[in-house]
Design a protein around this ligand. Structure first.
Ligand code: NAP
Ligand code: HSE
Length: 329
């Protein structure tokens, strides 16, 4: 049995999910992957915080302690923001570790660099969890791009926004109460501004653009509107007319100019629209392709286990295909 050493960066919703799955599925991973995964260290901002039931010696506030782990194989990253996350993953790759991230704010900006560096170092980058939570949009797109071209990407990419809009409509909850519930459920960002302002969906859309089209649009040209301007009265009025608010991210390549056109914002949809029925924390991603046609994936877009599960699946892929990068550089 091969024993592999893993480090987890961050021990909030995502980091705890990774830790729990590693321990709950220990026997399963031994049998199916042929490895025993050992969480060797966990990086947090405040190592003195009491974390029930976990050996406190696992926690550190110093990334040097992570780099010092002998034979470190893989780093799971679930911290917040561009910095220092990018620097940490850059150093982990430099050391020869696989990295698996849920951090879309960082990955939208630095994903390309990390993937290029990983390719040079012969390690892999997993980023399924950055976009649409438990919906396997990255792997599906990597697979279909081997044959197809993607013409358009469209969907609901923020679970918190969809959850809030659903609660405002179905339960007639005020915005703030619905947001608090999304925070309690672990769906919202540490600073939920990114969720409700559209910034989170924007970053995810940029990650999808990089994969689908090989490039991102000029960020300054992308119109980004959140759900924070939608009132209870507007939701009620729409409901009375048989309409629902959805927060939609959309990108396509303009055939005439070759430019990527992207925008993010609320839309009112009727019962005949494919996003009408997508409620709660669910995300939906529709890919318009040349050979397959139109493909839609739906599933939980946020939360501890959907997110941690796809990160572990990234690692399982790395073990299964060590010669083939999970990421497309
Ligand atoms: P969270 O609950 O706020 O937890 C963040 C964790 O990261 C905390 O343990 C915190 O340490 C640690 N941390 C933050 N900044 C740090 C730094 N500079 N150095 C060391 N540790 C740091 O966040 P989360 O919901 O788990 O999300 C983590 C990441 O995954 C974010 O990038 C988020 O956008 C992404 N994501 C989240 C979800 C979800 O459903 N929640 C889904 C997909 C992706 P302390 O505990 O000491 O404060
Ligand atoms: N806060 C994010 C959301 C987490 O609600 O979609 C998943 O990326």
């Amino acid at each position: 049995m091969t024993s592999v050493k893993a480090a987890i960066l961050g021990f909030g919703t995502v980091g705890q999910g990774i830790y729990n799955i590693v321990h709950e599925r220990r026997e399963h991973f031994k049998q199916t992957l042929g490895v025993e995964i050992e969480v060797a260290k966990i990086l947090v901002r405040d190592a003195s915080k009491v974390r029930e039931g976990i050996d406190s010696s696992l926690f550190t506030e110093s990334f040097d302690d992570i780099l010092a782990i002998p034979d470190l194989e893989v780093v799971f990253e679930g911290i917040v923001g561009e910095d220092p996350a990018y620097g940490y993953l850059d150093q982990a790759i430099e050391k020869g570790c696989h990295v698996i991230t849920a951090n879309k704010v960082m990955f939208a900006r630095y994903g390309q660099e990390l993937q290029l560096k990983a390719k040079k170092k012969g390690v892999q980058v997993g980023y399924e969890a950055t976009t649409a939570g438990g919906v396997p949009v990255i792997k599906t797109m990597q697979n279909l791009l081997r044959v197809n071209e993607v013409k358009q990407v469209q969907g609901i990419l923020n679970g918190t926004s969809n959850y809030i809009l659903t609660q405002m409509r179905a339960e007639e909850l005020p915005f703030d109460v619905a947001l608090k519930a999304a925070q309690d459920l672990g769906y919202a960002e540490a600073d939920p501004h990114n969720d409700v302002s559209g910034e989170d969906a924007f970053r995810k859309l940029m990650i999808l653009c990089a994969l689908a089209f090989g490039e991102q649009p000029d960020w300054n040209k992308v119109e980004v509107v959140g759900i924070d301007g939608i009132s209870s009265e507007q939701v009620e009025e729409a409901k009375a007319q048989g309409l629902r608010y959805r927060h939609v991210a959309d990108a396509y390549r303009d055939e005439a100019t070759g430019e990527i056109i992207a925008k993010v914002g609320p839309q009112l949809v009727g019962a005949d629209h494919p996003l009408y029925a997508i409620d709660d924390v669910n995300n939906a991603v529709t890919l318009d392709t040349n050979y397959i046609g139109t493909l839609t994936m739906v599933g939980p877009g946020a939360g501890m286990y959907p997110t941690a599960s796809v990160m572990m699946e990234d690692y399982a892929d790395m073990l299964a295909k060590p010669e083939k990068a999970v990421s497309l550089a």
